[in-house]
Design a protein around this ligand. Structure first.
Ligand code: ADP
Ligand code: ZN
Length: 436
């Protein structure tokens, strides 16, 4: 069940050597981008003077804020005519999403790691693969699509068709493997029930890849039980192509990060110093092969740890644990990343609001609800109710464009929302795990 056995089982020493060679190359490539060109110049750094992996410590981290400030082309390291694809991340910042650019080689290498990831779970050219993530600007659809075609599976690019149609496709073409979000998998099982089909008996399903949002071992178990299949965790982020950064092997004890493509560091998010394997911290990634848009020491903001023991499956690439949280206040709602700062900016444009607001997230069955309490100036409460209601509607309208669910808005008097140590509390996430 190896796609590229030699590289998947490469001895650690050889992998480190390969990483050093690729790191040097990646630094050189990065220096051609306006952003890193400037950073290197300012710090007097010459990529040809990079000799050991430890030298990476002298290079500053790259953050989402850097990407935002330098969009759209500040990180591209090749002439525009070499770029063949752009993808966007799911979050909107300042009314626009972050863009990631790829050359033809980048797309091919992305397909390689995807093929490797899926083949590792036993998927082959005998399989019928139904890809149920959105195709288009986001990365989940096309990322898996190209990998599955590389394996030679029969691909059904189902995208976001409605659930009954998805089930029909599964039955008509005898789908064996699916790519699906955890919450949609649970929803789909309800639709199966409604139409009286037991997916364990009346489909050919055997495997699912789930990811794109946090979920627990319990949720995985539930999906396995409902569908009678094996479920594998898939982790990625748009800035690092999307899926294909890290994937579970048949041992299903953590996800292998493909270290011939990504250099892994785990840092203490407070001191920003690396922690040793086994210790929890924030995942920081450096692209080793990407040409269109190399990224160095990119802070993912995702919390995890490296599992130090070698994996039973024989692969030598480091494993990370299921993502346990974030080091920033990003919320994931229906697969879309949302920051309180987005909401803050929208509110700031509406006269009468402020100074504080609070987001409360609730989960009812499989549906997420967002309640936003917004402080508004005192005059609104002494004026007529219609004025207050108008403001409330305006807030809903302004926020609806960025958020995949319509928020409930409650207006409250100024300085009534809780603060902790003088600081605003922006998010209260009461969403329990899907199955708990
Ligand atoms: P996508 O949501 O399509 O994976 P984005 O770039 O929009 O891509 O979001 C990436 C973020 O989604 C990650 O930084 C992480 O917080 C979260 N994420 C992705 N995959 C997983 C996973 N398997 N488990 C937990 N969180 C995940
Ligand atoms: Zn393994």
């Amino acid at each position: 069940m190896y796609w590229e056995k030699e590289i998947e089982t490469i001895p650690r020493e050889s992998l480190l050597e390969l990483q050093l060679t690729r790191l040097k190359e990646s630094l050189k490539k990065a220096s051609a981008s306006p952003f890193y060109g400037k950073v290197f110049k300012e710090m007097g750094f010459d990529p040809s003077q990079f000799h050991s992996i430890e030298d990476l410590q002298s290079i500053p981290f790259t953050t989402k804020e850097d990407l935002r400030r330098n969009r759209p082309y500040g990180f591209t390291a090749v002439p525009k005519k070499k770029l063949i694809r752009v993808h966007l991340s799911s979050e909107i910042i300042d009314d626009r999403a972050l863009a990631v650019f790829h050359t033809a080689d980048d797309i091919d290498q992305w397909a390689d790691v995807m093929a490797r990831s899926m083949a590792m779970t036993g998927m082959s050219d005998n399989d019928v693969f139904q890809n149920m993530l959105p195709y288009g600007l986001l990365t989940g659809g096309l990322g898996f699509h190209y990998g599955a075609e590389k394996i030679g599976a029969l691909v059904i690019p189902a995208g976001v068709e409605n659930s009954r149609r998805q089930i029909q496709l599964m039955q008509d073409f005898e789908t064996t493997v699916i790519h699906i979000s955890p919450i949609y998998a649970l929803h789909l099982s309800v639709v199966f029930q409604e139409i009286g089909i037991d997916p364990r008996k009346h489909t050919h399903l055997k495997t699912a890849f789930i990811g794109a949002e946090p979920h627990s071992e319990k949720t995985r178990d539930k999906i396995e039980e409902l569908f009678g299949i094996k479920v594998f965790n898939s982790y990625g982020l748009s800035e690092m192509n999307g899926p294909g950064v890290s994937f579970e092997c048949p041992a299903r004890m953590g996800m292998h990060v493909w270290e011939d493509h990504f250099f892994v560091e785990i840092i203490d998010p407070n001191t920003l110093k690396p922690v040793s394997d086994g210790q929890p911290g924030e995942l920081v990634l450096t692209t080793l092969l990407r040409q269109g848009m190399p990224l160095l020491r990119y802070r993912t903001r995702d919390l995890t740890r490296v599992i130090p023991e070698p994996c039973k499956c024989g692969r030598t690439h480091k494993r990370i644990e299921r993502i346990s949280g974030r080091t920033d206040d990003m919320m994931i709602i229906k697969g879309v990343n949302i920051y309180p700062s987005q909401i803050e900016k929208k509110l700031a444009n509406l006269p009468g609001t402020g100074p504080n607001f609070m987001i409360i997230l609730e989960r009812e069955g499989l549906n997420d609800h967002m309640i936003i309490k917004v402080e508004v100036q005192k005059e609104f409460f002494s004026g007529n109710l219609k004025q207050l209601e108008n403001l409330r509607q305006k807030i809903i309208e302004a926020l609806k464009t960025d958020i995949p669910i319509t928020p409930k808005v409650k207006l409250v008097e100024p300085n009534t929302l809780a603060k902790i140590e003088g600081r605003f509390v922006r998010v209260i996430d009461n969403r329990k795990d899907l199955y708990f």
